[in-house]
Ligand binder design. Structure first.
Ligand SMILES: Cc1ncc(COP(=O)(O)O)c(C=O)c1O
Length: 387
């Protein structure tokens, strides 16, 4: 079956009730037929048997299985949020004395873990600029264990050549982790380009309607086994209810991502050259500095675009205040178009210098393009710009 079909037809085994839609297994624990079965379940960590929902649950497993199939991964594990997925990876694969190399253009909370928490636990980090990947190899040290990137990055929409980075990781025996949240597996499959682990904030396009939080990591079986034990013991597990919502959402992921991308490209093209803007950035605009790489590793440009208002920070506030119906919120990947101002929200914890280094200028607006009629979205933006 093709991925579009697998996203719809992958389901937990039908119960005796003969339900059509996938059931929700809202249970904290599971029962056994005998004391011996119960003892066996606890004796062996690798047994494929449900014990307790912090360890595994059929609704959560269905969601994981779908993501594995879509990403082309051997195995996976789900988490309560995207940040739980990021931090579980760092905690599992890094120890005191280790070093991680990361793109500097990463989500604000990921940046906080790298720069504030990892050093506290004796783990060093080095940042590189997504636009100069040729410096990566010079940052790798004998104690480098993980290389981490987001592509496209949030919110700068920087793009990196996954094949190039994965070749470096293989050469130096480093675990290559990719946050694929902005693209989703409907648009880009990093494992195909050599990533060892792929993670998501499922809260975004995977849910697609701004309802639940969730995270997932998929990839090599031997790495997922270690992550599973970390999550099983420390507890950032995904709730079955959220997993059920997310699994149903994946049924529409491909059609949604096609429409998000179609709308985003239409708006990006129409906005380019607007007199109130310095520039418009979108992976599938020929003006994107990594357009060639985007075309090679992505099926479409995704649902996010950015632009910079000439009027800077004040212009940004005025633009947001001039919106009539478009949502002003920090989330993204929703059927509703969302405008946000990263400098004052998601990346406000960064210093002015740090923001500048990852391309977040005072007038930067991030648009998560929804599924409304593209002309309605465009007119709303143009009206706000004219004010
Ligand atoms: C690229 C990226 N990674 C990770 C996260 C964190 O995800 P969550 O909010 O589900 O913890 C986000 C959230 O915006 C994100 O955009």
């Amino acid at each position: 079956m093709r991925p579009e079909t697998l996203a719809i037809r992958t389901q937990t085994e039908r119960t005796a009730q003969k339900e059509h839609a996938t059931p929700l297994f809202l249970t904290s624990s599971f029962v056994y037929d005998s004391a011996e079965d119960m003892a066996a379940a606890f004796a062996d960590d690798s047994l494929d048997v449900n014990i307790y929902t912090r360890f595994s649950n059929p609704s959560v497993d269905e969601f994981i299985q779908k993501v594995c199939l879509l990403e082309g991964a051997e195995d996976g594990i789900a988490t309560a949020t995207g940040m739980a997925a990021v931090s579980a990876c760092f905690m599992t694969f890094l120890s005191a004395g280790d070093h991680i190399v990361s793109a500097s253009a990463v989500f604000g909370s990921t940046h906080t873990i790298l720069t504030k928490y990892l050093p506290k636990w004796g783990i060093e980090y080095s940042y590189f600029d997504m636009n100069t990947p040729e410096v990566i190899e010079s940052l790798i040290k004998p104690n480098t264990k993980v290389l981490y990137v987001e592509t496209p990055s949030n919110p700068g929409l920087d793009i990196i050549d996954l094949e190039y980075v994965s070749a470096l990781c293989k050469k130096h025996n480093i675990i290559f982790i990719v946050d694929n949240c902005f693209a989703t597996p409907a648009v880009q499959q990093p494992i195909q380009f050599g990533a060892d682990l792929v993670l998501h904030s499922a809260t975004k396009f995977m849910d697609g309607q701004g309802r639940v939080l969730g995270g997932v990591v998929v990839g090599k079986k031997e790495l997922i086994k270690q992550l599973y034990l970390y999550i099983r013991n420390t507890g950032p597990s995904l709730s079955p209810f959220n997993a059920w919502v997310l699994s149903k959402s994946l049924e529409t992921l491909f059609v949604r991502m096609d429409k998000h991308a179609e709308n985003a490209l239409y708006i990006a093209q129409k906005l380019e050259g607007h007199p109130a803007l310095n520039w418009v950035k979108y992976p599938f605009l020929a003006s994107h500095p990594r357009y060639d790489i985007a075309k090679r590793q992505m099926n479409n440009g995704g649902g996010i675009l950015t632009f910079e208002l000439k009027a800077g920070i004040e212009g940004g506030r005025k633009f947001l205040n001039s919106l009539q119906w478009l949502s002003m919120t920090n989330n993204l990947g929703d059927s509703r178009t969302i405008a946000s101002h990263p400098a004052s929200t998601t990346h406000s914890k960064l210093t002015e210098e740090e923001r500048k280094a990852v391309g977040i200028t005072p007038g930067l607006i991030r648009l998560s393009v929804g599924l409304e009629h593209p002309d309605d979205i465009f007119e709303e933006i143009i009206n706000a710009l004219s004010k």
